[in-house]
Design a protein around this ligand. Structure first.
Ligand code: PLP
Length: 395
C-alpha cells in the first residue's frame, strides 16, 4: 500500500532533501569527508563520562531519570547563568530554557512564530538546518547580502524597511557554512537597526567557544537584549548526542515555546541535562575547552596552509579564527556540484555551497569545507586532490 496520498500538503511541498541524496556516497569506504559538520569524537571528554555519571546518580538519584520541567532541569539552568555571563549575557535561571539541541529551539521558534507566507530574513548563504526547521511552516525567505565580514547592515536595514519580516535569523560567529564572523562595529549597527525597526533577531551561536585565534566578541544580544532571542548549545563543547541546546528570549515568546515543547517531547532528556549540569558546574568544561581548541586549531591551520599551497589563485576562501568550516568560492562559471562528483571519484567529499542558499542559481561556484573530522596529513592530501580535480576542470 502506498500511503503517499495521506501526506499533508505542506509535507509534499517540503520535497526530498537534494543534499541528503548527493551526500549518500560520502560514507563509501576510503572516502575522506570534508563534507560533515560534526565534532571529532576525540573532542568528547570520554575520560570523565564515568565520573560525571557517578556524580549524577549520587546527587540526583532517581530524579535524573524522572519526568521533569518542560523549561529545563533546574540545576542545568542555574549552571548556565554563569556560562552565559561569561559571554556577556545576563539572564536569570528562570529566563534560560533548555531544548533538545539548538535544532529543537529552531523548531520551536518556527512553530510559535511562522504562519504560512510569513517573511523570514536570512543571510545568503545560511544554515541549512535552520531552513529545514522553518520550511514545514511555509515561510517566504528574504535574502540579506553578506561579505567577508558576514551580514552587511545596510542590507538588513533595506530588508526591514521594505518587508514586514517576522524575524531575522543570523549566525554571527564562525557561521555555518562560511566560517565568517561579524565584527563588533557591525554587531552594534545590527543591534541598532533591530531596535529602531522593532524587529526580532534570532541569534544562533553554536561555535563562538571554538576560537583558535583573536579575541572573543560580544553576542548581538548584549547590545539589544529585548530584541534578540539568543540560542546556543553544548553540542560542540561537550557531546552532540546528549542533545543539550538552550536559549534566552523575550519572555512573551519563550513562554509559548515552552508550551509547544510540551506537545513535542514534554522536556529534554533529564539524564543528559543532569550530566550537562555537572559538566558545567564542576568546571570540567574549563578544562575540556582548551583541549578541543588545541585539537581543532592545527586541523584548521593545515587546511588553510593546504589551500594556500594547492588551490588555484582564481579561488578565494574564508580565513576564520575559529569554528568548523572554511568557505571556498571559484570563478563564475564553475559548477561546484560537478566538481563534487569528480572529487568523489578521487575519494574526497565536500558540500557544494548552493544548498545553503534559499534562491535557485545562487552560490553555484561555492563549497563548504570541514576540517574537524580528519587529521592534518589527510586534510593536506584531500585539499591537494581537490585542487587537482579543480585544475583539470578549469582547463
Ligand atoms: C548554525 C547551527 N545551528 C544549530 C545547529 C544544531 O546544533 P545542535 O542541535 O546539535 O545544538 C548547528 C549544527 O551544526 C549549526 O551549525
Amino acid at each position: 500500500m502506498d500511503f503517499t496520498h495521506l501526506l499533508a500538503d505542506r509535507t509534499k511541498t517540503m520535497g526530498a532533501s537534494a543534499i541528503r541524496e548527493i551526500l549518500k556516497v560520502v560514507s563509501q569506504p576510503g572516502m575522506v569527508s570534508l563534507a560533515g559538520g560534526i565534532p571529532a569524537p576525540e573532542s568528547f571528554p570520554m575520560e570523565i563520562m564515568g565520573e560525571l555519571t557517578a556524580k549524577v546518580i549520587d546527587k540526583y538519584a532517581s530524579g535524573a531519570f524522572q519526568y521533569d520541567l518542560t523549561e529545563g532541569f533546574p540545576p542545568l539552568r542555574t549552571a548556565l547563568v554563569t556560562y552565559l555571563a561569561q559571554k556577556g549575557i545576563q539572564a536569570t535561571a528562570d529566563e534560560i530554557m533548555i531544548a533538545s539541541g539548538s535544532q529543537g529551539v529552531l523548531d520551536a521558534v518556527a512553530k510559535v512564530l511562522i504562519a504560512k507566507g510569513d517573511k523570514i530574513a536570512v543571510e545568503a548563504p545560511t544554515y541549512l538546518g535552520a531552513l529545514q526547521a522553518f520550511n514545514p511552516y511555509e515561510p517566504e525567505y528574504v535574502r540579506m547580502d553578506t561579505d567577508d565580514d558576514g551580514l552587511i547592515p545596510e542590507s538588513l536595514e533595506q530588508v526591514v524597511q521594505t518587508h514586514k519580516v517576522k524575524f531575522i535569523y543570523l549566525v554571527p560567529t564562525f557561521q555555518n557554512p562560511t566560517g565568517r564572523t561579524i565584527p563588533v562595529a557591525r554587531r552594534k549597527r545590527i543591534a541598532e537597526i533591530v531596535q529602531q525597526y522593532e524587529a526580532l533577531l534570532i541569534e544562533d551561536d553554536p561555535y563562538s567557544a571554538l576560537r583558535y585565534r583573536g579575541e572573543n566578541l560580544p553576542p548581538i544580544r548584549t547590545f539589544a537584549p529585548e530584541h534578540v532571542l539568543y540560542i546556543s548549545t553544548l553540542s560542540k563543547v561537550f557531546a552532540p548526542g546528549l542533545r543539550i541546546g538552550f536559549y534566552v528570549g523575550p519572555p512573551a515568546i519563550s513562554r509559548w515555546m515552552v508550551i509547544v515543547k510540551q506537545g513535542v517531547d514534554l522536556h529534554t532528556n533529564t539524564f543528559s541535562q543532569a550530566l550537562a549540569a555537572e559538566y558545567l558546574a564542576g568546571s570540567y568544561l574549563d578544562q575540556q575547552l582548551p583541549k578541543i581548541v588545541n585539537l581543532y586549531r592545527p586541523k584548521q591551520e593545515a587546511m588553510l596552509t593546504a589551500l594556500d599551497k594547492y588551490f588555484p589563485n582564481n579561488f578565494m576562501w574564508s580565513k576564520p579564527e575559529g569554528g568548523m568550516f572554511i568557505w571556498a568560492e571559484g570563478p563564475q562559471g564553475i559548477d561546484a556540484e560537478e566538481l563534487y562528483w569528480k572529487a568523489i571519484e578521487k575519494k574526497v567529499a565536500f558540500v557544494p555551497g548552493k544548498y545553503f542558499y534559499t534562491q535557485p542559481g545562487e552560490g553555484l561556484a561555492t563549497m563548504r569545507l570541514n576540517y574537524t573530522m580528519s587529521d592534518e596529513a589527510t586534510i593536506d592530501r584531500a585539499i591537494k586532490t581537490l585542487s587537482e580535480v579543480i585544475v583539470k576542470e578549469l582547463r
